[in-house]
Write a protein of this length. Structure first.
Length: 180
């Protein structure tokens, strides 16, 4: 084949047709939809994992409070766990979770209150009220977007989960499921 014939052949190629271009765009669109759906699902799973980890942190803070400042009883709020202990500059919880009673973090709202059958305890080392039981919960801020399940724990140190925006109620049992 001569160079003149090759040049003529190159000039005759017109590139992609409009239909071929549309097919490529449709395939790219489908791949984008699948990728976004996978990313959203991964985000929900990560938020749920973070929520259960925060409930474990709250449980550890409650156990430390129980042993050190609560005189055998539990704190009744996150601000009680997040306040510096008398004579010390640190608290049982980090500031980002213990400054307010219903903080939001990673798509979930957290809360702590007295357990369902709690009785009043002694005042803590800072003069605050305590209870014999506690209940901590994590609820998604936007069901389906930030989380699919709500979680709860208590002094039993087990985390329970249930689908929806209402956390498992005490006493924990089906339809709630034991998570950890």
């Amino acid at each position: 084949m001569t160079s003149h014939m090759r040049l003529a052949r190159l000039r005759s190629r017109q590139g992609m047709t409009l239909i071929e271009l549309c097919i490529v765009l449709i395939i790219l669109g489908i791949l984008l939809v699948v990728a976004v759906a996978s990313l959203m699902r991964a985000r929900v799973v990560a938020n749920e994992s973070s929520a259960t980890a925060m409930l474990r942190t709250i449980t550890k803070a409650q156990l430390a409070f129980y042993a050190e400042c609560g005189r055998g009883f539990y704190a009744v709020s996150l601000t009680q766990l997040g306040s510096p202990r008398p004579g010390r500059s640190i608290s049982y919880l980090a500031e980002d979770i213990g400054l307010v009673d219903n903080p939001q973090r990673n798509g979930y709202r957290f809360s702590v209150r007295a357990g369902a059958e709690a009785t009043a305890g002694f005042t803590d080392c800072g003069g605050g009220a305590t209870k014999s039981m506690y209940y901590a919960s994590a609820v998604p801020l936007a069901l389906g977007r930030t989380g699919d399940r709500s979680f709860a724990t208590s002094q039993s140190n087990a985390i329970w989960g249930i689908a929806g925006a209402v956390p498992p109620s005490e006493p924990f049992r089906a339809p709630a499921q034991l998570i950890h």
